[in-house]
Design a binder for this molecule. Structure first.
Ligand SMILES: [Zn+2]
Length: 229
């Protein structure tokens, strides 16, 4: 990967065997350009010129999501993510369970307010376990891999991890993302069962089952920081 500058656009350039070009935003807000190896510099610059507006609107989205990050408050009207949608929280006086998602709203029992964060984490873990297992079943067949164990847990700065023992872990926050993005995270981790690194071979393998993975990866880099409690 090498750093280049075209007018006001600074970017990292990566050449690959792919036939198409992609521009995407990294987690730190930098721009990466992936192009077929035979593409000339002026052709690359043409692409950048054509995509200028897209690049800048993506960068603006990234800045919105990453510099004005607001922590959620457990008050009525606050929005919480679940599978890519936002649901408003409503504090209710009486309810049989402490927290539930019903009729497009999160309903939290007032006497459990002091445990709100923990209750949300448990909600995400529980829903995540079911959904992620379902998506693992789908993607493992396409990738022809067999994970040993799947866990939903708190992971530091990562969406997922994969161990030498073929145990695959996912952060409970992943269930906040739209399904297409959750699928990217699942397929990414399962591909590590074939290549335990981020080599070109790894990305090529993922590309075979998910040709639009770069768009999904870019979405996660832009919006990932906002997916938190
Ligand atoms: Zn990875």
């Amino acid at each position: 990967m090498t750093t280049h500058k075209y007018k006001d656009i600074e970017y990292s350039l990566k050449k690959s065997k792919r036939k198409t070009s992609s521009i995407y935003i990294e987690r730190d807000g930098s721009i990466s350009v992936l192009v077929p190896s035979e593409l000339q510099q002026d052709e690359i610059e043409n692409i950048l010129e054509r995509k200028r507006f897209r690049i800048y609107s993506h960068l603006a989205e990234w800045e919105d999501a990453n510099t004005s990050r607001v922590y959620r408050e457990f008050v009525s009207g606050e929005g919480f993510f679940y599978l890519g949608r936002t649901y408003k929280l409503e504090i209710v006086e009486k309810q049989e369970s402490a927290l539930k998602l019903k009729n497009g709203q999160f309903l939290l029992r007032r006497k459990d307010l002091s445990n709100a964060k923990e209750l949300f984490i448990n909600f995400y873990k529980e829903k995540g376990r079911k959904k992620i297992n379902e998506r693992v079943d789908y993607w493992k067949k396409l990738l022809n891999v067999e994970p040993n164990d799947i866990k939903i847990m708190e992971l530091q700065n990562r969406w997922g991890s994969c161990s030498e023992k073929r145990n695959v872990n996912f952060h409970w926050k992943t269930i906040m993302a739209p399904l297409t993005i959750l699928d990217y995270i699942v397929a990414h981790e399962l591909t590590h069962l074939i290549h335990p690194n981020h080599s070109e071979a790894f990305w090529n393998e993922l590309d075979k089952v998910m040709p639009d993975y770069l768009h999904r990866k870019s979405w996660l880099n832009i919006h990932g920081a906002g997916m938190d409690l």
